[in-house]
Each structure stands twice: as structure tokens, then as C-alpha cells.
Write a new protein. Structure first.
Length: 369
């Protein structure tokens, strides 16, 4: 429901086509604003007062946040026009932030029900007024049992009747190796691969420190990091690049930026270890992809990661913000041929295909939009 992503982070092969086939609610052009205003007027006084009541009841919101909610009422007007034109009866929102507020206001205008997905890492990152967004939803999906427990604790009296855990899945028919995994051999370059948006929460600086420690121990490590920051390379990317240069590690650590799914799978195909150093996660799809590719993974034990991993059996869990511990775990995987092969084989047995679909079917919802 936002404006298009910067071209530098739209790396999927289908991104351009998807953007052409997507109607963006924001920013509002002059024509959009007029049409949205008309939709709001058509909704009538009862709907206006109901929207104002939602804004007035929004807890823990500043004046500026309430003004923002008021602005979202007019964005919801554009969605209302689409809903009427398309004949939609239900909308599913992959967020609990502004998009959920827009869906809530649209439901007041049109009677079109809505549902939400909570991806993580925590409820708080999705902004205020969670109580009303959840209470008025037809159903909600959360990515992990940890998140489910969290929302039950924080929103005990405001949850929709239908609530289920539905982790993201990976398509194991597409994400698979073209050749068997080969462990590292002493005396050769050891490859570590990382994938994730360049954001402080992903812990990339700790991963770079981990590589530095491994190199100090005599390992010839190379670390490519796939992913880009939200500003298309002008944000946290610059901080990490300066850190790499300051540590004189440009020859062994490379920031790849946003790359295609094929490039990520190629990186996983060629690596000896996948590493994720996040200190907060929902349920990391990157870990699922690495395990589907039968790559030994060393990842931090945060968020719902432990719901994916059986520590020591199909991947290795370490504490976050502890580069020494991660370096120890990676070194163990590299030097223990039997462990590396066992992790590879066991990780390939895990499957998360169509978990979200299964959960939606469990809820009894048919073809949510």
C-alpha cells in the first residue's frame, strides 16, 4: 500500500511486472485525492464519526500520530473506491502498521472485512493503536508461536476470534541444490554466505567482526552479504562499507546489494556455511532457504528461529551480539567434516512449504484477497 520501492532494492525478476500490475495507494495524486474525498463523503456522517472515534480512542498516540491517522482516512478513501469497483468483500493486509489502519477505515466506509499478518519482530515496531486494529479484524495470522504468546499477553481482550500461527514457507520444488554439498577442506578458502536487508537489527556488523576473528585464527574467509538497506544503498550500507574499509577487509567481505533469487541460490550452492547474526527476528525465511539448500547454518537464537531449528541437529544456534561464540561455532562446522555433512543432510529434511496456506485453511477462510 506504499509507494514503489527504490529500484536498487527491487531485485526480484518479477519486480517490474509486479509494479506495473499493482495499484499504489500512496502518494495521492490530485485526481486520487479528489476521488478519495468523494468516497469519504459518500460514506456518510455515521462513518465519519466512527473514524473519528477510532482516532480519539487510539491509545498511546501523540497529537502528530493522531493527525497521521486522520490523513490515512483519506488514503482509505482510495482503497474504498477500489473495493467498490472490484467488488471486494475481504482484504488481507501483510502488516499491522499503517496498512492495517487503512484497512480498518475502509471497513468502516464499505463494510469490506479485513485480516492481518504479524511478521515480527515484535508488536511494538508496527506503531500505535494496535488494540483497535486487532479487535476489528476478521482474523489474524502471526509468524511464530513466540509472537502468538506475545500478542495474547499484550492484547488479551482485543484479539479477533480467529488467530493462528502460520510461518512463511519456502518452495522446496524451486529452492534446491543442483549438486551435493561439499564441506570445507583445510588449506582452501572457506566461504560464508549471509542474506538479509542491511539494517542494524540484522547484526551484520557482528558478522563482520566474526569474520575478522576467524581470519585472525588463520582461516581464509570470504563473506559475501546479499541484501540492501531501505534507502537503496545510501543508508546503513554506507556505515557497513566504511566499517569494512576501516578494518581493511574489502578483499574478504563484499556487500552485494539487492540481488535476484537465482543469485542467492547460487551463493548458497557455493558456500560452506550460512550465517545470520540478527538480534531480533520474526521467523527468518533466509534460514529456511539455507536449510532447504542443505547448507550448514550458524544463526543467532532470537525470535522464532528456535522454532525452525533443532540446535546441533540441523543447524547451530548461538547467542546474538557474541561474535566470539559465532566464530567458535563456524570454526567447529568448518573443521568437523562429520558435523558439516550431518547438518547438511538433516537440514534438507525440513520443509516449510505451504504452511501459510495450511494455516488459512485451518482458520476456515476461503480465498482471502
Amino acid at each position: 500500500m506504499n509507494s514503489t520501492a527504490p529500484r536498487a532494492i527491487a531485485s526480484h525478476v518479477w519486480a517490474e511486472e509486479a509494479q506495473k500490475n499493482t495499484v499504489y495507494l500512496f502518494p495521492l495524486a490530485a485526481k486520487d485525492f479528489i476521488n478519495s474525498f468523494v468516497e469519504v463523503l459518500k460514506a456518510g456522517p455515521a462513518a465519519w464519526w466512527q473514524c473519528l472515534a477510532v482516532i480519539a480512542k487510539a491509545r498511546d498516540t501523540s497529537l502528530s500520530q493522531k493527525v497521521r491517522l486522520l490523513a490515512l482516512v483519506f488514503v482509505a478513501g482510495k482503497l474504498a473506491g477500489l473495493a467498490r469497483t472490484k467488488g471486494w468483500s475481504h482484504i488481507h493486509v501483510h502488516s499491522c502498521a499503517n496498512a492495517a489502519s487503512i484497512a480498518l477505515f475502509n471497513s468502516i466506509f464499505t463494510g469490506c472485512t479485513y485480516s492481518m499478518t504479524l511478521h515480527g519482530q515484535t508488536l511494538e515496531v508496527y506503531g500505535p493503536n494496535q488494540e483497535q486494529k486487532w479487535k476489528n479484524a476478521a482474523f489474524a495470522i502471526v509468524m511464530s508461536q513466540l509472537l502468538l504468546n506475545d500478542v495474547k499477553h499484550k492484547l488479551a481482550n482485543f484479539l479477533p476470534k480467529q488467530l493462528a500461527v502460520a510461518p512463511m514457507g519456502v518452495n522446496i520444488a524451486e529452492i534446491k541444490r543442483s549438486s551435493p554439498y561439499k564441506p570445507w577442506q583445510e588449506g582452501s578458502q572457506c566461504k560464508i554466505f549471509a542474506c538479509g536487508r542491511l539494517n542494524p537489527v540484522k547484526g551484520h556488523k557482528y558478522l563482520i567482526e566474526t569474520v575478522e576473528l576467524l581470519r585472525n585464527r588463520g582461516f581464509e574467509v570470504r563473506l559475501p552479504i546479499a541484501g540492501e538497506d531501505e534507502q537503496g544503498g545510501s543508508g546503513y550500507h554506507q556505515y557497513l562499507q566504511k566499517m569494512i574499509e576501516y578494518k581493511s577487509m574489502s578483499e574478504c567481505v563484499e556487500l552485494l546489494g539487492a540481488v535476484s533469487e537465482q543469485a542467492i541460490r547460487q551463493g548458497l550452492e557455493e558456500t560452506h556455511v550460512f550465517a545470520l547474526a540478527s538480534f531480533n527476528e520474526g521467523v527468518p525465511v533466509a534460514v529456511m532457504e539455507a536449510m532447504a539448500m542443505e547448507v550448514p547454518a550458524v544463526v543467532t537464537n532470537v525470535g522464532g528461529t528456535s522454532e525452525l531449528v533443532d540446535d546441533g541437529a540441523d543447524a547451530v544456534l548461538v547467542q546474538s551480539e557474541k561474535p566470539e561464540e559465532m566464530a567458535d561455532a563456524i570454526a567447529q562446522v568448518l573443521q568437523n567434516l562429520e558435523l558439516a555433512l550431518s547438518l547438511s543432510q538433516e537440514s534438507g529434511k525440513k520443509s516449510w512449504l505451504n504452511l501459510a496456506t495450511a494455516a488459512v485453511q485451518k482458520l476456515g477462510i476461503t480465498n482471502p484477497s
